[in-house]
Design a protein around this ligand. Structure first.
Ligand SMILES: Nc1ncnc2c1ncn2[C@@H]1O[C@H](COP(=O)(O)OP(=O)(O)OP(=O)(O)O)[C@@H](O)[C@H]1O
Ligand SMILES: [Mg+2]
Length: 361
């Protein structure tokens, strides 16, 4: 007998008791058993850890190489010739991602040639390559400047990781680093405005780039007042072309920067072309020598759906500004030497002058 209650008696046998204990401890036994098996398995695997790691590394490498090989075949990539020089010559290069988003045949391939002086030239006897160190790339909004800039960076990166590349041929000097300054972001959490982020990144590039680096700058200086912006853009470009001698592509809407090429031998102007029809512009996405003189920014605003009255007013304002600003002339005449840069700061007052204000009203 086990227990006596008011209305009942409880009995238990030896066998029932054993069964009760087994039921009550079943979950713990189960866990213990499972853990023992797990530890056994872990020890067994541990003994082969080295082999397993080696095999998985090899499988990962094969996986990456198969991936690169597959994409190389299906996307028509070619093997670049890698050199120790500063030469960068991509013939009919394509942007690997943008190309995939467009219907077949719609992507316009473009050639890029950079790196006029050869670092090794004295040792190896290689003659300098007749190509600029710095390209000033202009062209209307949405013509393809950013795309071109990024495709050059991606192709260099892909080549240095050992991949084939989207081009019809290429000779690429190994870069020590690829620096990029693209896109507009801010970092309010750490107290950095859009322009401060841009300047920090630019400072980092100017402080660390070497003549073996590839530098890609997309619209440096646009995050501040126009004349501050142009001045910064100008001096950054000049510094890269004369002091650092890195290979650089500088995409910009500041057409004034095209003047640099008439002052510095290793700077060239390229533009992404469009065709102007009476009622619209057609994007050709073709990169050609020369500098653009218009951005068609108002046209881009119209296409994006800004109200008609805003567009008309913008055209009026632009006409006035074009009539009154002498900035391009100022740059041509005044900035042959660095010390004379103050010349353009006077210009900014123009916008606020009485004459200018009256003509807008
Ligand atoms: N080579 C090309 N072939 C076909 N389409 C292109 C090519 N390059 C760019 N595009 C198309 O044009 C669009 C705009 O290009 P991108 O952003 O490079 O212009 P952008 O000149 O940098 O303009 P913005 O001055 O406004 O920054 C891309 O999203 C892409 O769809
Ligand atoms: Mg762009």
């Amino acid at each position: 007998r086990k227990q006596t209650l008011t209305n009942e008696e409880r009995y238990i046998t030896e066998e029932l008791k054993e069964r009760e204990v087994r039921i009550l401890t079943a979950q713990d036994d189960l866990n213990e058993l499972e853990y023992d098996i797990f530890v056994g398995l872990r020890n067994e695997v541990g003994e082969y850890a080295e082999e397993i790691r080696n095999v998985s590394r090899a499988v990962a490498a094969i996986d990456v190489l198969c991936g690169l090989a597959e994409v190389a075949i299906y996307q028509n990539y070619v093997r670049p010739t890698m050199t120790d020089s500063r030469e960068l010559k991509i013939v009919e290069g394509r942007h690997p991602v943008v190309e995939k988003y467009l219907p077949a045949g719609f992507f316009v391939p473009n050639t890029a040639i950079l790196g006029s002086k050869n670092v090794e030239e004295n040792n190896s006897g290689i003659t300098p390559y007749p190509a600029p160190d710095l390209i000033i790339l202009t062209g209307p909004n949405a013509s393809g400047k950013s795309c071109y800039l990024r495709q050059v960076g991606l192709i260099q990166l892909m080549a240095q990781t050992g991949s084939f590349i989207p081009a019809s041929s290429a000779v690429l000097g190994v870069s020590d680093r690829i620096f990029t300054r693209v896109g507009a972001v801010d970092d309010l959490a750490t107290g950095q405005s859009t322009f401060m982020v841009e300047m920090n990144e630019t400072a980092n590039i100017l402080n660390h780039a070497t003549e073996k680096s590839l530098v890609l700058l997309d619209e440096i200086g646009r995050g501040t007042a126009t004349f501050d912006g142009i001045s910064i853009a100008w001096s950054v470009a000049e510094y890269l072309a004369t002091e650092i001698l890195s290979r650089t592509i500088f995409a910009t809407h500041y057409h004034e920067l095209n003047e640099l090429s008439s002052i510095l031998d290793n700077v060239a102007n390229y533009q992404v072309t469009v065709k102007e029809l009476p009622d619209k512009i057609v994007f050709l996405h073709q990169v050609q020598p020369g500098g653009a003189d218009k951005s068609y920014g108002i046209e881009a605003g119209r296409l994006a759906g800004l109200p008609d009255s805003v567009i008309q007013r913008a055209r009026q304002v632009m006409q006035q500004i074009e009539k009154h600003s002498k900035i391009a002339i100022g740059l041509r005449k005044g900035i042959k030497k660095k010390e004379e840069e103050e010349v353009i700061t006077v210009e900014q007052l123009d916008i606020f002058s009485e004459e200018f204000g009256d003509s807008l009203l």
